[in-house]
Design a protein around this ligand. Structure first.
Ligand code: BES
Ligand code: ZN
Ligand code: ZN
Length: 503
């Protein structure tokens, strides 16, 4: 999809479909109360074209509600689509991002190949809205049916973002560019996540990262078994040893031209399990196919680097993705086995399905060795986080208030939903082993997401660190009006904003 800015008056811009946002400004709490629908444009011709249908009351401007008018009088567009943002008080840029996506996903199955979307006028910032529209449109164009041989490519070719007069042109252009970079990077990550295990092995993930890095001039190294042995990454190797596919330790570095003294070095660590069978502690057959997305955290980090290199924040970033396939075999790690992590800690492997924390243990330690002074990791780590938070919020754990504050600020821009869960020493007993320093599962089933976080915490020392458990949100089981079902690319936008906040 190509998105472009148009600064001519909306009514005279020719297009197959013109999408215009509307909000409900009534403040009544009564669900059946008559909505007060207002179009977020001052364009008289558009207001006139929508006048009749608005008077009927059949369009309530609920969030992502759509209403289509054909051959609207007085407009150069052949269709006018009204798209709701919901109650005016809640109609923020995040509602605009979703509604722009809803417009695109409305057009997609109807054979429409190009559309224009009008930047809302009113209380919303035009630059932020432009960025949100670009993001929403590009993210909405993604579909996961890549391997259907009868697939009809229904991609939208062009979206023209119509900017009302009076907006600051260069700021709008910058906002647009950011939106495009971020959303295209998120779709890049979604493509990686969508690939099945046989087409996305650790080696292939390493190749894809390398190609991306070469395209944008990032430094990228991909190491395998020998180097892992040399680095003494016993935890990572234990997970990888059951598979015929060699592991890949992917290291991508972004180094800006100049950095202010005392700027931290950001370490991004991703779980890249390209397929998680559970290993000897094998998972049940039902839903096991979903475990192709167990590299979603790693993909988010590779995608984040793709965005960061283009946005050029003045901060050094090191991304590490620990990619392996978790398989049962005659060579596989067994319950009860003891291994030594790179940090020197001994680990009793009680459950081979708790493999994510094992690979991350060595990834986090290595990031510190490479000089990272702030750490963030993303992982589809536990089913327990989805039990706790459902599929609405992802989990965030932090050992440092300042790093967490940077992250909550980042969420205001990204619009992603994360909920903080505890990682504190009172839980330490859960991972105490009777034979080794720690064990890789909790003593009890309770607090499973925190037990995993406690395990990771053993490997970050006193470095400020955030752990994002995205198991509940990395894959969307049902389509949303603004987003296809399948891989979401969650966490990428927030990680990028978090990194930028340190520049
Ligand atoms: N990859 C899974 C977690 C997961 C579950 C991701 C559902 C996405 C959806 C992880 O490796 C795992 O199997 N965790 C175990 C840990 C347990 C053995 C302590 C779990 O959550 O059951
Ligand atoms: Zn597992
Ligand atoms: Zn896993």
């Amino acid at each position: 999809m190509n998105t472009e800015l148009t600064f001519t008056p909306a009514a005279s811009a020719p297009s197959e479909l013109l999408a215009v946002f509307a909000a409900d400004s009534s403040t009544s709490k009564d669900k059946d109360a008559k909505p007060e629908v207002s179009l977020l444009t001052s364009d008289e011709a558009i207001r006139k074209a929508a006048n009749f249908v608005l008077a009927t009351g059949e369009f309530r401007a609920e969030a992502n509600e759509t209403l289509l008018l054909h051959a609207p009088e007085g407009l150069a567009a052949t269709r006018l689509l009204l798209v709701g943002l919901g109650k005016a008080a809640k109609a923020d840029v995040h509602a605009v991002r979703r509604a722009a996506g809803a417009a695109v996903r409305f057009a997609k199955p109807r054979g429409i190949r190009s559309l224009s979307i009008l930047v809302p006028e009113g209380s919303l910032d035009a630059v932020q809205s432009t960025r949100a529209i670009a993001e929403g449109a590009i993210l909405a164009d993604f579909d996961s049916d890549t391997y259907r041989t009868d697939r009809k490519d229904r991609s939208i070719e062009a979206v023209s973002i119509l900017v009302p007069s009076g907006a600051h042109k260069s700021a709008i252009e910058a906002g647009h560019r950011e939106g495009v970079i971020i959303a295209e990077s998120q779709n890049f990550a979604r493509d990686l996540i969508n690939e099945p295990g046989n087409r996305m092995t650790p080696t292939i993930l390493g190749q894809r990262a390398g190609e991306m890095a070469a395209e944008y001039g990032l430094k990228c190294e991909v190491h395998s078994t020998d180097k892992l042995r040399e680095l003494k990454m016993g935890a990572f190797l234990a997970v990888a040893q059951g598979s015929d596919e060699p592991p890949a330790l992917i290291v991508i570095q972004y180094e800006p031209e100049s950095v202010k003294p005392d700027t931290p070095i950001m370490g991004l660590v991703g779980k890249g399990i390209t397929f998680d069978t559970g290993g000897i502690s094998i998972k049940p057959a039902d839903n096991m196919e979903k475990m192709k997305y167990d590299m979603a955290g790693g993909a988010a980090m590779i995608g984040a680097m793709r965005a960061i290199v283009q946005l050029k924040p003045a901060v050094k970033v090191i991304a590490i993705v620990c990619a392996a396939e978790n398989m049962p075999s005659g060579k596989a790690v067994k319950p009860g086995d003891i291994v030594f992590a790179m940090s020197g800690k001994s680990i009793e492997v009680l459950n081979t399905d708790a493999e994510g924390r094992m690979v991350l243990a060595d990834g986090l330690h290595y990031a510190r060795e490479l000089g990272a002074t702030r750490l963030i990791n993303a992982a589809t780590l536990t089913g327990a986080v989805a039990i706790a938070l459902g599929q609405i919020n992802a989990g965030v754990f932090a050992n440092d208030e300042d790093a967490y504050q940077h992250f909550t600020d980042a969420l205001k821009t990204s619009g992603e939903k994360f909920w903080r869960l505890p990682v504190e020493d009172d839980y330490r007993d859960q991972i105490r082993s009777s034979i080794a320093d720690i064990q890789n599962t909790g003593l009890t089933r309770y607090g499973g997401a925190t037990n995993a976080a406690m395990f990771l915490k053993e490997f970050v020392g006193d470095t400020p660190w955030l752990h994002l458990d995205i198991a509940g949100l990395a894959w969307q089981d049902a389509e949303k009006p603004w987003l296809a079902k399948g891989p979401t690319g969650v966490a990428l936008r927030s990680i990028v904003e978090w990194v930028r906040s340190y520049a």
